[in-house]
Design a protein. Structure first.
Length: 292
């Protein structure tokens, strides 16, 4: 699917997401966009520890880049275009409603030999609703032996602890390059290390619904307003890059309070200069006593 095409979810897809806590959109990324995203990610990876937002791990054999943080703030404009695209924003509005806002953006990379599995966790603990989620753009295939997301279906609606949830039977969400996977932030999930595939790169955008998140005090109103301001500027950037395409129609209830900057790029950079206090993920910690 082109970056300029909308991808509004239908009633059946939304119901599946609400009930299961995840939704797969097969081959939602066009081959041309897929290649551009791969090149953009690989460009950051090639910089290694010279790029401050690269996250690295070291083994006895070599150093690996396993993540890239704040991709919107960095120099490749493709990620700003993606944030302002009808493709991404129509999905976000489908699930959040019109007051959606972006919380964070990053890349997760698994490499053969990095020995870097992701343990069972929940991204954020919120009340039971479907309006907090991660959208993952898969640049490579993944299966259960090679980094596929493992989930406990419907666990986002459970009151069990993550330590209890991680003992339940999981489902592996095998993916192909070009697929999009959406998962509720509260669903219990993990992923293993690669065994045969060379790498698994996923670009993530996290979204929430402003009204519910402020009422629940997950984030402050000032944080929500700051991050919401990214949307009109990203849309403006998209319009300038794709003047012959129809931009996303942003219907935020307070959109008139957000002014598009003369220089959207500079305005976006300013947002990322503010310290981002993102809520920590919820992992299981088993404390063992020595009997004393």
């Amino acid at each position: 699917m082109s970056i300029a095409r909308t991808c509004y979810l239908d009633a059946s897809q939304k119901e599946d997401f609400i009930q299961n806590g995840f939704l797969k959109l097969p081959q939602a990324i066009s081959p041309s966009l897929l290649n551009q995203l791969r090149d953009a990610v690989d460009g950051f990876v090639a910089l290694g520890n010279q790029f401050p937002d690269n996250i690295l791990v070291e083994t006895s054999a070599r150093q690996f880049v396993v993540g890239i943080d704040k991709i919107i703030a960095n120099s490749n404009p493709l990620f700003v275009e993606l944030l302002g695209s009808p493709l991404l924003l129509s999905i976000a509005e489908s699930l959040c409603g019109e007051d959606f806002f972006p919380v964070q953006d990053f890349v997760v990379i698994k490499n053969l030999g990095d020995h870097n599995p992701v343990k069972w966790h929940q991204d954020v603990i919120t009340k039971v609703h479907e309006k907090t989620f991660m959208i993952g753009f898969y640049l490579d295939p993944a299966n259960d032996e090679n980094g596929a997301l493992r989930v406990i279906p419907s666990s986002h609606k459970s009151n069990l602890s993550i330590c209890e949830l991680e003992k339940m039977e999981y489902q592996s969400l095998d993916m192909q390059a070009g697929d999009i996977l959406i998962h509720n932030l509260k669903i219990a999930h993990s992923s293993g290390a690669l065994t045969t595939f060379s790498q698994r790169r996923v670009i993530y955008f996290e979204f929430m619904a402003a009204k519910e998140i402020v009422e629940e005090a997950v984030y402050s109103e000032s944080f929500v307003r700051l991050r919401t301001g990214l949307i009109p500027n990203a849309i403006s950037y998209f319009e300038k890059t794709y003047p012959n395409e129809t931009p996303f129609t942003w219907n935020h209830p307070e959109k008139d309070n957000y002014v598009v900057a003369k220089d959207p790029t500079a305005a976006i950079q300013e947002v990322y200069q503010v310290k981002r206090n993102v809520k920590a993920a919820n992992y299981c910690f088993d404390f063992v006593t020595n009997g004393r």
